[in-house]
Design a binder for this molecule. Structure first.
Ligand SMILES: Nc1ncnc2c1ncn2[C@@H]1O[C@H](COP(=O)(O)OP(=O)(O)OP(=O)(O)O)[C@@H](O)[C@H]1O
Length: 310
C-alpha cells in the first residue's frame, strides 16, 4: 500500500488522538510548561481542545501546524494574555502571566522603519526597563544603571550583535534586527523563552544563523525554548520535541515520531504525505488550512497545501 493510501486508511479507521500518550496527573518537578485538557476559544470559535503537554527544563520545542490553527494563540495563553477556555495551564509552576521576568517573549516579526534612529542597544534596553520608562528609579540608581549597562552589553555579546548594536536599528539587516530582539527577550535572564516565528522573513543563511543562536541559548544557557515555526527544517536537528496543533488536539514527541504521514493524517483526519528530500528536509503535502476565514500571509497562490513541514 502506498503512503497516501496507508494514511487514508489510518485516518478513516483511527480517530485523531487527543494527546500523544496518557499524561501524568501531575507535572514532574522540572516541568516548565504543563497543559492538562487545555482548550482555547477566540471569537466564539474553539481553536484547539483537549491538549495535554509537558515541556521540561532546558528543552527546545517547536510548535507547528497549519496557518490559523492557533500556534500564536498558544503563546498568548502561556503569557497569560488569553485565558484557556477549559483545562489547566501552568508556566514555571504558576498560573500564566504570574511568572514575570522568568519568561522572555519575542513576538511575531516586527519591522523597523529604515529612518528609525533608535540604536540596537536602546532596543535591548527596552527589555530591561521598558516597563519603567520615565519613572525615576529610587535609591541606588547609579548602581542599578551600571548593572543594567553591564547586562545589556553581556547579552548583546551573547547574541553576537556587538559589531552593530550602536547602529540605528532601522539600518540593521533583518537577521541583525532579529538577534537584537532575541537579546531584548533575554536581557532579564528568563528561564523560559517564547519565540513566535523568529525565522519568518529571514533569508536562508540568516535562518540558519538565528536557529544556531537559539539552539546555543538553550544548550549553553539552560533556557527552555518554545518556538512557533512555519518551517521546521532550519531547526530540525536542534529540536528535542515538536508539538503539532490541530482543531482536535495536539500531538507531541520527537520530530521523527510526529512528522510522519501516519501521525499527521490521524491528527488532521485527512491524508497527508510527509516526504524527505535527499538533503534531509521534511516536506508536508496536503496539510489542511484551519476551518475559518483567515488572512494567510504565508500562502503560496495555487498550492493546496504547505510545501514545508510546519
Ligand atoms: N482576538 C481574536 N478574535 C478573533 N479571532 C482571533 C483572535 N485572535 C486570533 N484569532 C483567530 O484565531 C486563529 C488562530 O490565530 P493564530 O494567530 O493563533 O494562528 P497561527 O496558527 O499562529 O497562524 P499563522 O501560522 O498564520 O501565524 C486565526 O484564525 C485568527 O484569525
Amino acid at each position: 500500500m502506498n503512503p497516501i493510501a496507508r494514511a487514508r486508511e489510518a485516518a478513516l479507521h483511527h480517530p485523531a488522538p487527543r494527546s500523544p500518550a496518557p499524561a501524568p496527573a501531575q507535572p514532574a518537578a522540572n516541568t516548565v510548561v504543563a497543559l492538562r485538557g487545555a482548550a482555547v476559544r477566540v471569537g466564539g470559535r474553539t481553536l484547539w481542545s483537549g491538549v495535554d503537554l509537558d515541556v521540561g527544563a532546558g528543552e527546545f520545542v517547536a510548535v507547528l501546524g497549519p496557518n490559523g490553527v492557533g500556534k500564536s494563540t498558544l503563546v498568548k495563553v502561556l503569557l497569560g494574555v488569553l485565558a484557556p477556555a477549559d483545562g489547566e495551564v501552568r508556566v514555571l509552576g504558576e498560573r500564566p502571566g504570574q511568572a514575570g521576568q522568568r519568561v522572555g517573549y519575542l513576538p511575531q516579526r516586527r519591522s523597523f522603519d529604515a529612518s528609525l534612529r533608535m540604536r540596537g542597544t536602546d532596543i535591548v534596553r527596552l527589555g530591561w526597563d521598558g516597563d519603567r520608562w520615565g519613572v525615576p528609579l529610587p535609591g541606588r540608581s547609579g548602581a542599578r544603571r551600571k548593572a543594567a549597562g553591564e547586562r545589556i552589553a553581556e547579552v548583546i555579546e551573547l547574541v553576537g550583535a556587538s559589531a552593530y548594536a550602536n547602529r540605528p536599528i532601522g539600518q540593521c539587516s533583518g537577521g541583525e534586527q532579529q538577534r537584537l530582539l532575541i537579546a531584548q527577550a533575554l536581557v532579564r535572564r528568563p528561564e523560559l523563552l517564547l519565540l513566535d516565528e523568529p525565522l519568518d522573513s529571514l533569508d536562508l543563511p540568516n535562518q540558519a544563523a538565528v536557529a544556531a543562536l537559539v539552539g546555543r541559548i538553550c544548550r549553553e544557557e539552560g533556557v527552555t525554548v518554545i518556538m512557533v515555526a512555519h518551517d521546521v527544517n532550519p531547526i530540525l536537528a536542534r529540536l528535542d520535541r515538536v508539538v503539532y496543533l490541530a482543531e482536535g488536539g495536539a500531538v507531541a514527541g520527537h520530530p521523527e515520531q510526529v512528522i510522519t504521514s501516519e501521525t499527521l493524517s490521524r491528527l488532521y483526519g485527512t491524508p497527508i504525505e510527509v516526504l524527505r528530500t535527499s538533503d534531509g528536509r521534511l516536506v508536508v503535502v496536503g496539510q489542511p488550512e484551519a476551518p475559518a476565514l483567515h488572512t494567510d500571509r504565508h500562502a503560496v497562490p495555487g498550492q493546496g497545501g504547505r510545501s514545508a513541514a510546519g
